[in-house]
Design a protein around this ligand. Structure first.
Ligand code: GDD
Ligand code: MG
Length: 377
C-alpha cells in the first residue's frame, strides 16, 4: 500500500522555527518529525511514500534522498503552487496505483495510530474514504464529524464555532482512500478534502467512515509552538509508546540520556527526562530539569537553569541564564543571566544579549542580535 504525506504548508504558525526548515523536519526528541512517521509507516508495512511538497522541497531531498537509509522508497513530488490538501494528492496521481487503496497523512501529526487496524476497519466497512478520528476538548481548530453507531459519517464541518460542533470527534488527519475517491477530485485545481471532497462524497451518498480507535492513540498536531513543545515532552514521557522511539546514547542517571562525547560537570544537576545530543557540554552548577531536549553541540554555562525546553543543535546558554518552557533554534546564543520562558521562541542564529527577559510567547526572528538588557520586565 502506498502513502501520500502532505507536507506543503509553510508552517507559518511555527515561525521562526520554520524559516530555514519545513515543519515536518523540525526535531522531535532529537529526530526529524518525519523520520518518526517513516518508521511508523514502515512498521505497518507501508514502504512506498510520496511526499507532496510545496515549501522548501530541496530540504527534503537533501535530508532523505530516495529514503533507502530509512527503509522506505521515497518520491519527493514538487508542487509549484499550493494545490490544497486534496489537490496535492491529485497532483501526485501519476505515482499512485489506479486500482489500489492508498493512505494520506497530514504531515504535522505526531501519532502512534494503529494503521493496520484502521485499514482493516476501512476494508470491512466498504468505505470510499475513511477518516481517522480523535476526541478533543476544544474542536475549534479542527474538522468535526457527525456519524452513526457504525461509524458512517453524515456531516463534516471544518473549524466550526464551539457551539456549532456536532461532536467532540475531530479529523485526526489520516485518510484511507479508494481509487473512486481519487477519481472524484478535479485535475489541476486547488481543492481541499475539508471543503471539497468530503462534502462531495456525502452529497453523492458515497460511504465515508470515521475510524475512532478502540484503544486511544497518541495524537498531537505540532503546528503551533506550544504543541510542538508538548509533542517533545510527551515523547520523552513515553506517552507515544507505539512509535518505539528511544533516545540515542547512554543513560547518565535516572531518565537522563546523553549521546556520545558529552561533557557533564560533576557539579551539574540533571533531573530526567533529559535527552542530550552529541558533544553537549554542561558546566559546573548548571541545573537541568526535564523535560528538556538538546541537540548536538550545545553548551550550558555555569549555574544556568533549564527546564521544559527544546534546544536545537549548537545552542549556547550563558552563565546564570534561565530557560523555562521555550524553543531555541539552531546555533542561537542566550547571553549571561538572560531569561527565556513562557513559550518564547528564539530563531536560528539569533543572539540574545545579557540580562534580556523574553516571555509570553515572544518570538525572536532568526539572525537577530538583541543588545544586552534590551527587553526587561
Ligand atoms: N502539498 C500540500 N499542498 N500540502 C498542504 C497544502 C497544500 O496546498 N495545504 C496544507 N497542506 C498540508 C500541511 O502541510 C499539513 O501537513 C496538512 O496539509 C494539514 O494542513 P494544516 O494547515 O496543518 O491544516 P490544519 O491543521 O489547520 O487542519 C487540518 O488538520 C486537522 C488535524 O490536525 C484539517 O484537515 C482539519 O480537518 C484537521 O482536524
Ligand atoms: Mg495542522
Amino acid at each position: 500500500m502506498k502513502a501520500v504525506i502532505l507536507v506543503g504548508g509553510q508552517g507559518s504558525r511555527l515561525r521562526p522555527l520554520t524559516v530555514n526548515r519545513p515543519k515536518p523536519l523540525l526535531p522531535v526528541g532529537n529526530m526529524p518529525f518525519l523520520s518518526h512517521v517513516f518508521g511508523h509507516l514502515h512498521r505497518h508495512g507501508i514502504d512506498d511514500i510520496i511526499l507532496a511538497v510545496q515549501y522548501l522541497p530541496d530540504r527534503f531531498r537533501e535530508f532523505y534522498g530516495d529514503g533507502s537509509a530509512y527503509g522506505v522508497h521515497l518520491t519527493v513530488a514538487d508542487e509549484p503552487e499550493p494545490m490544497g490538501t486534496a489537490g496535492a494528492v491529485k497532483n501526485v496521481e501519476q505515482y499512485l496505483d489506479p486500482h489500489e487503496t492508498f493512505l494520506v497523512f497530514n504531515g504535522d501529526i505526531l501519532t502512534d495510530l494503529n494503521i493496520s487496524d484502521m485499514v482493516r476497519f476501512h476494508k470491512a466497512s466498504g468505505a470510499a474514504l475513511t477518516i481517522s478520528l480523535t476526541p478533543v476538548e476544544d474542536t475549534s481548530s479542527y474538522g468535526v464529524v457527525e456519524m452513526d453507531a457504525s461509524g458512517r459519517i453524515s456531516r463534516f464541518i471544518e473549524k466550526p464555532r464551539r457551539e456549532d460542533a456536532p461532536s467532540n470527534l475531530i479529523n485526526a488527519g489520516t485518510y484511507i482512500l479508494e481509487p473512486e475517491a481519487l477519481a472524484m477530485m478535479p485535475v489541476a485545481q486547488h481543492y481541499m478534502f475539508e471543503f471539497g471532497l468530503f462534502p462531495a462524497l456525502l452529497e453523492h451518498g458515497r460511504p465515508m467512515y470515521g475510524y475512532n480507535p478502540p484503544t486511544a492513540a497518541y495524537w498531537m498536531d505540532i503546528g503551533k509552538p506550544e504543541r510542538y513543545l508538548d509533542a517533545n515532552y510527551d515523547l520523552l514521557a513515553g506517552k507515544v509508546a507505539g512509535l518505539a522511539w528511544r533516545p540515542a546514547g547512554v543513560a547518565r542517571g535516572e531518565g537522563v540520556w546523553a549521546d556520545e562525547g558529552c561533557d557533564i560537570s560533576s557539579g551539574a544537576n540533571l533531573e530526567g527526562a533529559v535527552v542530550l545530543g552529541k558533544r553537549c557540554r554542561i558546566e559546573y552548577g548548571a541545573k537541568i530539569v526535564g523535560p528538556v531536549v538538546m541537540g548536538d553541540d550545545c553548551t550550558i554555562g555555569e549555574t544556568a537553569y533549564i527546564s521544559d525546553a527544546v534546544l536545537w543543535d549548537g545552542v549556547s546558554v550563558g552563565a546564570g541564564a534561565t530557560l523555562a518552557r521555550c524553543a531555541i533554534g539552531e546555533r542561537a546564543s542566550i547571553g549571561v543571566r538572560a531569561w527565556v520562558e513562557g513559550g518564547a521562541v528564539v530563531g536560528d542564529h539569533a543572539t540574545i544579549g545579557a540580562g534580556n527577559k523574553l516571555a509570553n510567547g515572544l518570538r525572536v526572528n532568526c539572525d537577530i542580535k538583541l543588545p544586552d538588557q534590551a527587553i526587561t520586565f
